[in-house]
Design a protein around this ligand. Sequence first.
Ligand SMILES: *[C@@H]1O[C@H](CO)[C@@H](O)[C@H](O)[C@H]1NC(C)=O
Ligand SMILES: *[C@@H]1O[C@H](CO)[C@@H](O)[C@H](O)[C@H]1NC(C)=O
Ligand SMILES: *[C@@H]1O[C@H](CO)[C@@H](O)[C@H](O)[C@H]1NC(C)=O
Ligand SMILES: *[C@@H]1O[C@H](CO)[C@@H](O)[C@H](O)[C@H]1NC(C)=O
Ligand SMILES: *[C@@H]1O[C@H](CO)[C@@H](O)[C@H](O)[C@H]1NC(C)=O
Ligand SMILES: *[C@@H]1O[C@H](CO)[C@@H](O)[C@H](O)[C@H]1NC(C)=O
Ligand SMILES: *[C@@H]1O[C@H](CO)[C@@H](O)[C@H](O)[C@H]1NC(C)=O
Ligand SMILES: *[C@@H]1O[C@H](CO)[C@@H](O)[C@H](O)[C@H]1NC(C)=O
Ligand SMILES: *[C@@H]1O[C@H](CO)[C@@H](O)[C@H](O)[C@H]1NC(C)=O
Length: 438
Amino acid sequence: MVKTSIIISTFPLSALALAAIPSELFASLLPQKVLDTFNALPSPIQYPQYTDTVAGEWVYFSPDTWTSGFLPTIGYAMNTRKALCGATPTNGLGSADWLSLARSASNGLLSLNASRSIAHDVGFISFPFVEELALNPNNQTAINAVNRFAAMLAARFSPVVGCTRSWDTSDPTDFQVIIDNMMNLEVLFRSADLTGNSTLRKIATTHADTTMKNHIRADGSTWHVVEYNSTTGLVIKKRTSQGFSDDSTWSRGQAWGIYGFANMYRFTNNTSYLTTAQRLATYFLNSIPSDGIVPWDFNAPLTPAPRPADSSAATLAVNALLLLAQQESAPDAKQKWIGGALQILANITTLAWKPSWQSLLSNGTVNKPSNNFLTGIVYGDYYYIKAGNELVSMGLANCTTKGATSLPQSQKSSAHRLTISFPCWWPLFVLWTFLIYK
Ligand SMILES: *[C@@H]1O[C@H](CO)[C@@H](O)[C@H](O)[C@H]1NC(C)=O
Ligand SMILES: *[C@@H]1O[C@H](CO)[C@@H](O)[C@H](O)[C@H]1NC(C)=O
Ligand SMILES: *[C@@H]1O[C@H](CO)[C@@H](O)[C@H](O)[C@H]1NC(C)=O
Ligand SMILES: *[C@@H]1O[C@H](CO)[C@@H](O)[C@H](O)[C@H]1NC(C)=O
Ligand SMILES: *[C@@H]1O[C@H](CO)[C@@H](O)[C@H](O)[C@H]1NC(C)=O
Ligand SMILES: *[C@@H]1O[C@H](CO)[C@@H](O)[C@H](O)[C@H]1NC(C)=O
Ligand SMILES: *[C@@H]1O[C@H](CO)[C@@H](O)[C@H](O)[C@H]1NC(C)=O
Ligand SMILES: *[C@@H]1O[C@H](CO)[C@@H](O)[C@H](O)[C@H]1NC(C)=O
Ligand SMILES: *[C@@H]1O[C@H](CO)[C@@H](O)[C@H](O)[C@H]1NC(C)=O
């Protein structure tokens, strides 16, 4: 009892209001760095994935790498931002033809095919082509790319297991599926829409249903890897690859899961996916310690301090929560996810915004078990930029945001209710966090 009141009294009163949207999100340094990255692309093309830990300079990878689609997609996101915000003398958005940069960088992905190692990560690789089709639905190059990537993924589906295969293994009956692959399913829906092939939609829902059954723990946390026997369809093992331990929750995997299930709801209207996304999101928000920093794994040890963050898990989670908020019809639920997203965004900007680096953010964890952390990461930057775009689209930011966030008129009533209901559960959450993490 005594402990509870001490902790409550140290919690800032401002937590009852929405966290401010960081002005860095719309700083001219952002387009400047993105343009510098496009201008420095090697020829023949290679794509940035992460930075070194000292100078923050990009390390480049061949097109046949799961992250190659992110820089082209950043180009599309900058094009979107220019459309949303306009080019002003100070915001830097007028400095480039973002669409041309995006299109030209996408071309390096067109020769990827099923024999290449990206075969199970075609969801990420297809992002720029999905963006292209949103602008130009008749672009045959992009249509072919989306259909080809979807077919590559469909070819990895096992009806016995009920999933698409992630990594290839020396024993082909050892069928490994990672939570990340929830991010692949959109390309199946996109291709189904383009071709009318409903098999693709069925593969997506089956993969999601199997993942829902086997990848999620009772408390809403997730395993990174589930291994199935492709002969029997039975689960062999649940474990981690990039997380702290087999029983832990790798924060980026948890965020891929929130995004993936919220997106499944968006494409199907099936409320079991919405409920699943809500459970994962609740676990994510409840697991952030009181310093507000998203750790690389929620169960990784606190010592030696500081426990490394993963800024990419944070910015991905911001987008996953905003996508979830967009899917919710209840105003209170919308507000809860928006509030969580803005808090994570404010915290990660304070920790990781890194003007002197080529990346926007530092404090990314690519793969902690492989000792690759304290870097910038291209997908962390992508989701940072996308977060700004989503906030503008949702009417929550105005491209020059400074100071307190104000809610658009349509959402004000729920914000009012939030301030009333917040204290009812907040002390319990703070106490729980204290007991778990102390
Ligand atoms: C069509 O899309 C491709 C790949 O995304 C791009 O390279 C090309 O420039 C686009 N074509 C047109 C005419 O916009
Ligand atoms: C797949 O890509 C590789 C490398 O670019 C190429 O050698 C191979 O011919 C391609 N296969 C098909 C079926 O297009
Ligand atoms: C639909 O997609 C599946 C998976 O790629 C494929 O096997 C099937 O041939 C396609 N059906 C048609 C009618 O194209
Ligand atoms: C899967 O099950 C089959 C049949 O029981 C067995 O032969 C095979 O070794 C199993 N594979 C794995 C990876 O457990
Ligand atoms: C989901 O519901 C919305 C709103 O009712 C509707 O516009 C949309 O077409 C539905 N989508 C699917 C895949 O049923
Ligand atoms: C929704 O998904 C659940 C499993 O996730 C499935 O059992 C149910 O049939 C689906 N509902 C519809 C209307 O497709
Ligand atoms: C963030 O990164 C800086 C170096 O860029 C490092 O000193 C600090 O310990 C990191 N903090 C966390 C929580 O990862
Ligand atoms: C993160 O948020 C918490 C709670 O609002 C705050 O106390 C903390 O100072 C923030 N940390 C950073 C690094 O912004
Ligand atoms: C954007 O929001 C900031 C802070 O609320 C305000 O000062 C500024 O005038 C707004 N700009 C526009 C164009 O509405």
